[in-house]
Design a protein around this ligand. Structure first.
Ligand SMILES: [Zn+2]
Length: 334
């Protein structure tokens, strides 16, 4: 991967490459929908800053081959950290990875994550203050940055102190898909870099790369809204929906196909409802008749309610079955 290979984010990449020639901004905010390459670009930026090949660096690129580029790509470079819910869950785990229950407990704890906590920010604060072992740049990429102010707001305040007085050769890159929800005090101290939704063809190409066994990439991309993450979720949902042919037995059969564990079943149910919602919405947009539109509007409201129900203590299978049973035959999903 290099900046040149990052698809369809030309403005963000051009801005970052330009910034490498001057004073490197120490606090950046990458905003835009999820699944459009924010994390990838942030990691590439970390590589360019630390790359051992001066010729590549001069061009504003990382070589991708030196020890540092490879270590960053593999997530093994101690001074570049992607601080997301996975990172935080690992920090919070009270049992060792060698414990036989580790995987299962980890998945459960990960599903509970709601916000980046003050303890996590304090932990990376300590890392940022330690003397660099390599003399390179430290880069901290903080995902879901809009969640920092949840609760007491202590995490946001701790981070604010860090970005106000950044240690030398340290860059903070905050990632968010909800810029409007970010604290103004944080926004005003960060250089914002805007990321756009990807064109459908780009999503299709990336899905083919990430999940080559996807049944119908073009169809998944149609449900992506320009996001690879959404396309991958839609692909899984569509595969469940297509396991059995549409007919009277379809709703119950689809419900039976949901994954066995509660967390995974809930996620699949959400993804299925998202696909159905989009299909109904598309039909609504293409329907001129007022009465039919009103009916579709009612279906949309119901589906939103079902989506909320899945987050509560209701069986995802029952919700999916009910939602599909109430679906008009005119709705074209596939
Ligand atoms: Zn390199």
């Amino acid at each position: 991967m290099s900046f040149q290979e990052i698809l369809n984010q030309p403005e963000a990449v051009a801005y970052l490459q330009k910034s490498l020639r001057g004073n490197v901004p120490q606090s950046l905010l990458f905003c835009g929908p999820s699944g459009v390459g924010k994390k990838k670009v942030a990691l590439e930026f970390a590589k360019v800053l630390n790359c051992l090949d001066p010729k590549a660096r001069e061009k504003g690129e990382a070589c991708g081959k030196c020890a540092r580029c490879i270590a960053i790509e593999k997530g093994m470079y101690s001074e570049v950290a992607v601080v997301d819910f996975v990172y935080q869950t690992r920090l919070e785990m009270k049992i060792e990875p060698s414990d036989p229950d580790y995987e299962e407990t980890f998945e459960k704890e990960l599903a509970k994550q709601q916000n980046i906590s003050v303890d996590t920010i304090r932990y990376i604060m300590t890392l940022s203050q330690q003397k660099s072992a390599t003399g390179g740049w430290k880069v901290f990429i903080i995902d879901e940055a809009q969640t920092l102010q949840y609760g007491t707001g202590a995490a946001a305040n701790a981070l604010l102190k860090l970005i106000e007085e950044p240690p030398q050769k340290t860059v903070w890159i905050l990632l968010t898909d909800k810029k409007a929800a970010m604290l103004k005090t944080i926004l005003s101290r960060c250089q914002a870099v805007q990321f756009a939704p990807l064109p459908t063809e780009t999503v299709e190409k990336l899905v083919r790369e990430v999940r080559p066994d996807t049944h119908d990439t073009a169809l998944a991309a149609r449900y992506s809204e320009g996001s690879v993450t959404r396309a991958l979720r839609a692909a899984e949902a569509l595969e469940i929906l297509q396991q059995v042919p549409q007919g009277p037995a379809w709703p119950a059969a689809v419900a039976m196909e949901l994954p066995r564990t509660a967390v995974a079943a809930r996620q699949s149910a959400q993804a299925i409802l998202d696909v159905v919602l989009q299909a109904v919405h598309r039909t609504w947009k293409e329907t001129p008749a007022v009465t039919a539109r009103r009916e579709l509007q009612k279906t949309l409201t119901k589906l939103e309610k079902y989506k909320q129900a899945v987050t509560r203590n209701v069986s995802p299978a029952i919700v999916v079955e009910t939602a599909l049973m109430g679906l008009n035959e005119n709705i074209q999903i596939f």
